[in-house]
Design a protein around this ligand. Structure first.
Ligand code: ZN
Length: 159
């Protein structure tokens, strides 16, 4: 049996924060604002996994009112959610995702993101797609005020 899930996230870009996307630190003069490290791609992936299993979303599971999650490394949250996936008897078939950012350029970091995520999610990097897009200078993302990500994930029940 297969289950599919989709996830979306957006965070505001501000000065004085590290930019961390897909578990990788990106060189940039701004970073994403959030209660955790604001890793927009990992948050979209977490919601895709939770969505595939029709569980509560990331905000319900890890509320931003909980001090335990302040500035937390989102890879820790990803590991927790992947544990839930495994507990339910599923593994990941593949992931397709997009990072939508006007700047900086994501391309140079994508191989590192794939390696980092593949290790946590116990799949081969070639089963993870991460595409980089701009917003053609349109809307808040295009105006460099925010970065968005979305993801689709396919889970398979282990026999
Ligand atoms: Zn988020």
């Amino acid at each position: 049996m297969y289950r599919i899930g989709t996830g979306y996230d957006i965070h505001k870009l501000i000065e004085g924060r590290d930019l961390i996307i897909g578990g990788v630190k990106i060189t940039h003069e701004k970073g994403l604002l959030g209660h955790s490290d604001a890793d927009v791609l990992i948050h979209a992936l977490i919601d895709a996994m939770l969505g595939a299993l029709a569980l509560d979303d990331i905000g319900t599971l890890f509320p931003d009112t909980d001090a335990n999650y302040k500035n937390i490394d989102s890879t820790i949250l990803l590991k927790k959610v992947f544990e839930l996936v495994k507990e339910k008897g599923y593994s990941i078939v593949n992931i397709d995702s997009n990072i939508i950012a006007q700047e900086p350029k994501m391309m140079p970091y994508i191989p590192k993101m794939k390696t980092a995520l593949a290790k946590i999610l116990e799949i081969e990097p070639q089963n993870i797609s991460i595409k980089a897009k701009t917003k053609e200078n349109l809307d808040a993302v295009g105006q460099k005020l925010a970065i968005e990500a979305n993801a689709v994930i396919l889970l398979e029940k282990n026999s």
